[in-house]
Every structure is written in C-alpha cells, then in structure tokens.
Design a protein around this ligand. Structure first.
Ligand SMILES: O=P(O)(O)OC[C@@H](O)[C@@H](O)c1c[nH]c2ccccc12
Length: 272
C-alpha cells in the first residue's frame, strides 16, 4: 500500500535531516524564527464567497508529472497576483517531487500564509516546518493514532502553527473533532485507491459543527465543482492539479472562482 511506503520513506528522511541538524539545534533556531501569519483567519469564510488555498505540487503518485516547468516562487507570485487566500506547498520529495526548501523559497516572495503539505509522523518535522516558514501544517488522521494526533496538535499550537487535520471518513472526522481541532480538511481523495469523490465532502460537512473551519480538498476541477462545494457551506477549497496543469495560472484561478457572489450561500444555513 502506498501510504505505508510513504511513511517508511518518511522515517528515513527524518533520520537523515536529524543527522544534518540535530533536534536540539533545530529548536534553538526555531526560538529565533520570525512570527507566523494567520492561516486560520485567512481561510475562514467571512461572507458569501468561499476561499481558495492554491497548491504548489510538481507531481503525484496517482497522476504523474503535473508541471514540467516547475518553479515554486514563480507559481507563488502568480497565485498571490490572482488573489488566492493562502498557498499550500507540497514538500515531499520522493512521491510528489517537492522539497522542504521550496517552502523557504516561497516564503521569501509572498505575504500569503503558507501550509506545509507533507506526511508528518515525527515531532522533528513540526519544528522543521516552523523554521522553514510554514504557518500551518497538515496532520493526516489516517496516519496518526489518537494520542499522537493530540500530541502533535499540542506541539503545533506551542510553535504557533495552525494544524489542518485531514480526514476522509466519519470515524476520522469524529477523532479530529474530539481533539478540539479548529480546522479540518475533508479529503475527497481516498488515499488507498486515489479515487476522488466530492460526495465525501457533501456527506461529512453536515457533521462538522459551526465554528470549526472546514476545507474541502482534492479533485476540484471546474467552476461547477466549486459552486457545489461553496453552496454546501465549506470555508475554503484546496486545489492542486487543476491549477498546476494550466498554462495561465491567473486565468485558471479566475475561472474557478468566477463571479464574486455567484457562489453565495447563507452561511448560517449550511450545516447540522
Ligand atoms: O491535486 P488536487 O486533486 O487538487 O488535490 C490537492 C490536495 O488536496 C492534495 O494534494 C492532497 C490532499 N491531502 C494530501 C496529503 C498528502 C499529499 C497530497 C494531498
């Protein structure tokens, strides 16, 4: 199974980074890191329109190479100019063609809040994310048993990082809510089969209480998809492939986000 292979590789990667920069030294540097930006505030829905988190992703195990001319800072500038609310940087190298250094490079060129998208299985990666310039980190419920999830959420909070807890099933969602997470991501992609189904968001969203910020992730292809999810009441959408495959990123964002209030929904009438 791919998840198991990714986690095995991730363990080795963390051991390697640790050998380059021991945890003690990493923590010392984190203490001097510049302040974080408000990721949660940026993605929380304010009115009628849904927010967009645009992802920087070179490749994926299921779809192969998405963007041959891959230049993370250039893409980040294009996203900011197009008016997205936040950026997600996929830093996994082995399976997604990213690199932790991309986060640092992107941080330098944009004022937008940044999500580090990776497979976090070790404390070390949380400190590392903070040092690289992340404002938020992804915690995948399917990878972490409950005690670890709680533990990582606590450490992320201490470091000033917003945690995005990713779920795909009702069980995982209940686990996420039990931790008191302020931000949950409903992944439309089944990480076991790679199939995407926006119905996953439509089914799980009513179980998310008011006040918890909810993001719909993966498999969002066009304006119709955006409208469906916006009307259901999600706070934000996370889109990678659709934007990465387009020649003109500005035009692709405009096409997805469309007219300002076409996706209007009564935010009070959305859930539960
Ligand atoms: O490229 P898409 O289908 O728009 O999906 C983006 C994002 O949701 C996806 O990259 C993702 C969601 N959760 C993840 C966990 C690990 C790696 C990648 C992901």
């Amino acid at each position: 199974m791919i998840l198991k292979r990714i986690v095995d590789a991730k363990r080795e990667e963390v051991a390697f980074f640790r050998s380059l920069l021991p945890l003690r030294e990493l923590r010392r540097r984190v203490a001097a890191a510049p302040p974080v930006r408000d990721f949660l505030g940026a993605v929380r829905r304010k009115g009628a329109t849904v927010n967009l988190i645009a992802e920087i992703k070179r490749a994926s195990p299921s779809r192969g190479l998405l963007r041959p001319d891959f230049n993370p800072p250039e893409i980040a500038c294009a996203y900011e100019k197009a008016g997205v609310q936040a950026i997600s940087v996929l830093t996994d190298e082995g399976f997604f063609g990213g690199h932790p250094k991309h986060l640092r490079e992107v941080r330098r060129v944009t004022r937008l809040p940044l999500l580090r998208k990776d497979f976090i299985i070790d404390h070390y990666q949380l400190y590392q994310s903070r040092l690289l310039g992340a404002d938020a980190v992804l915690l995948i419920a399917a990878l972490l048993e409950q005690a670890r999830l709680v533990d990582f959420l606590g450490l992320a909070g201490e470091l000033g990082l917003t945690a995005l807890v990713e779920v795909h099933t009702p069980e995982e969602l209940f686990r996420a809510l039990e931790t008191g997470a302020a931000l949950v991501g409903i992944n439309n992609r089944d990480l076991r089969t790679f199939q995407t189904d926006l119905g996953v968001t439509l089914r799980l969203l009513p179980l998310v209480p008011e006040g918890t910020v909810a993001i719909s992730e993966s498999g969002i292809r066009n304006r119709r998809d955006v409208m469906r999810l916006a009307r259901a009441g999600v706070d934000a959408l996370l889109v990678g492939e659709t934007l990465m495959r387009s020649r003109d990123i500005g035009a692709a964002v405009a096409e997805l986000m469309g007219d300002e209030d076409e996706d209007a929904v009564d935010p009070a009438g959305r859930r539960g």
